[in-house]
Every structure is written in C-alpha cells, then in structure tokens.
Design a protein around this ligand. Structure first.
Ligand SMILES: [Zn+2]
Length: 376
C-alpha cells in the first residue's frame, strides 16, 4: 500500500462527504470545470490560514481525480465523484479511497512528533511517482504542510515539479506560502483560499450544535479563532477554552488585583507542561488542566493585541477576546502603549524561546514584571 495511513481508524478526510459548505464554489472552480476537459494542473498549491479545511478539500479533489466514474449531481448540476450520489454503488477507486487504501494516492506529512518532512520521504515519493498507476487512471500525491519540507526535501521535489510525470497530480497544502521556496511556488498553480464569510461559518457552527446559550457561543468561538471555522469548532470541543480563561484571569490579576507578578508567573509555570508544537490540551485523570508554555505565550499575545487595538480606539468588532471587552477597555486607558509594544516584541521572541532550553519560570517572571510595568 503506497498510502502512509497506518492508523486503524480511517480519518474523516477520506470520507466521501468531507467537503464543507463554504467550499462548494471553489470545488466547482477547481474540479467540476476542469475534470471533463481534463484541464487539471499537474501541480496545485492550496494556500490559506489554518482551520479552513484545505486538507479536506485536497483529499476530496484526490478522490474526484481518481474516481473511475464521475457523475453530474442532478441537484447542483456539478460533476462529483460517484459515491456522492450512491454510496452502495461506488466505483472500485472510491471504495478504496474510503478505506484509505487507494494504491494511487500518496500522502506525505510530517512524521509523528516531528515538524519537518525529511528529504528521504520526498525521495521515496519520487520513486513512487514514476511507477504505473495500479488502477489504470491518474495518481495523486498530497504533501502537507508543504512548508514543513526542509530545503533538501524541497529541492528534491523541484525536479518532479519541473518534469511532471504523466497523469500524476501533486497537491501541496500550506498555511505559510511565503515560507516555501519561490521555485516551488512558481511551478504550481496557486489557489489562495480566503476565509469563509462569518455568516456562513456561524450557520455551520450552529448546525454543529454550538449555541450562544452555552459557554461555546459561536460568535466568541469565531472571534477567538480569527474566523477559521474548524479552529472555532475545535476550540468549542476541547479544554482550550478553560485554559484560556485561566491564563487571562491570572494575567489580569496582576493589574486588577495587584497580584505580585513573580507569584503569578510561578502559578502559571506550575501548571505548564511544555508542548510547543501544537499545544493540544487534554485533561489529566485528576481533572487538572494541562497548560503548555506556548498556550500562555499565545493568549498573552492575544490579550496584548487587543489592548493595542483598544488604545488606538479600534471598535469592538476588531477585538479577539470579546468576552473580556469591558475589562480590556478599562485597562487600556491605564497602560503605556509604548511599553505594551515593547512587551509584544518580547512575546514574539518568547514563542521561539519556549521551544529551546530556556528557564521558562524566569522567562514568565520577566514578562509578568514587564506587564506590571506597563501601568501608568
Ligand atoms: Zn468513483
């Protein structure tokens, strides 16, 4: 099996209904309009912020490109892979795709617990790319996140992009297009995917069960995730909201309750478990929240950004932490903007520092003392 899927459970992006409502017009533009005329580009770069469903779109495109019997959906008039209409009568390709065992799909991503796609993984992929299709149709390669390829890996891929193998389509996904080699970007057809409009996202979040009557108000979730629907949903499901409240309350206590910044730094440090990469949060058995140093830096940064906007008289709808609007508004009048901006610089450095061999407790102490000193 060429596919790198090793988990027992098939991830949702292999399912036939993986497309999100806000992707339908892009789907039409990319697939329905190209598949009939066989105009699909040999290399496609899907670019956009995290949490908008690029992976789901890429896998659905792959399904469509591999499908042996694409059909027109009588309701929408769009061409779609066959299983869209009749799950009991899907073609062999779509069946294999749904089981995550399609031999003509090759998915490259970062190895578990790694941030880099190593050059050897790209070399293996290149060897695979010149083999014949097992099912006699196209072959599809998905590389995500493309910015995780180190320079050697990127250079290895370049030759394949320059001299495409017939009937082999490469789909690259990126959250950081500028981090890719210009030569990689120039050899792909780039699709810049915008955030869906807030109305569509709010509707989708409501359909997923989020309600303003609960602590997972869709508008708050959307604001905290900068408009990215999947991040908004993920935030509503995990412990990250609780983590955020705890961190923000501790930070505000330095200003509002005159708490000693060194004590607050220590309190936060005691609750950290450093997971710099993604900071996915789970509750431990004794229900104590696990907080990473990265989380603290992230929400500190978010709070400071809001305060900067408020000191510049920006409106409420530009604020991320809308549920703390009143507190932040009052606080913003009592702080020096210049010192807040200096602290923002320190926070930007801290993102990198907490991933290295730094004394995190001392770092927090310094940041919290600087925070306290922002007061007029
Ligand atoms: Zn099919």
């Amino acid at each position: 099996m060429a596919n790198k899927q090793v988990e027992d459970e098939v991830p949702p992006y292999y399912q036939h209904n993986s497309l999100f409502p806000w992707q339908l017009s892009l789907w039409k533009q990319l697939y329905s309009n190209n598949i009939v005329a066989d105009h699909f580009p040999h290399a496609l770069l899907l670019s956009g912020v995290a949490g908008i469903g690029k992976k789901q779109l890429a896998f659905h495109l792959a399904r469509g490109l591999l499908c042996q019997s694409p059909q027109e959906n009588p309701q929408t008039g769009q061409i779609e892979p066959c299983q869209q209409h009749d799950s009991g009568n899907a073609c062999r390709s779509c069946q294999l795709f749904s089981a995550a065992t399609h031999p003509d799909l090759y998915h490259v991503t970062t190895p578990v617990d790694k941030k880099i796609i190593p050059v050897d993984d790209i070399r293996t992929l290149i060897q695979w790319s010149v083999l014949s299709s097992q099912l006699g149709g196209k072959k599809v390669i998905i590389i995500e996140p493309a910015e995780a390829m180190n320079p050697n890996a990127s250079n290895s891929l370049l030759k394949t992009l320059e001299e495409p193998v017939a009937d082999t389509i490469i789909i690259l996904l990126t959250n950081k297009k500028q981090a890719l080699l210009p030569t990689i970007r120039s050899r792909c057809r780039t699709i810049d995917i915008a955030l869906p409009d807030n109305q569509s996202t709010l509707l989708w979040l409501s359909e997923k069960g989020l309600s303003e009557k609960k602590s997972t108000d869709p508008e708050l979730m959307l604001s905290l995730s900068s408009g990215a629907p999947l991040l908004a949903f993920e935030l509503s499901q995990g412990a990250q909201l609780e983590v955020r409240h705890l961190i923000i309350k501790q930070l505000l206590s330095v200003m509002t309750d005159s708490m000693d910044p060194v004590n607050v730094a220590e309190t936060l440090f005691k609750q950290t478990k450093i997971k710099p990469a993604k900071g996915s949060q789970k509750k431990t058995d004794n229900k104590k929240l696990l907080i990473s140093a990265y989380d603290i830096i992230y929400w500190f940064d978010s709070l400071l950004s809001d305060i900067v906007r408020l000191t510049q008289r920006c409106t409420q709808d530009t604020i991320t932490n809308i549920d703390y609007y009143d507190s932040l508004q009052q606080l913003s009048n009592r702080l020096y903007l210049k010192k807040i901006l200096q602290l923002t610089d320190s926070i930007n450095k801290a993102y990198f520092e907490v991933q290295g061999q730094i004394n995190v407790n001392l770092l927090f102490e310094k940041l919290l003392i600087d925070w306290k000193n922002c007061q007029k």
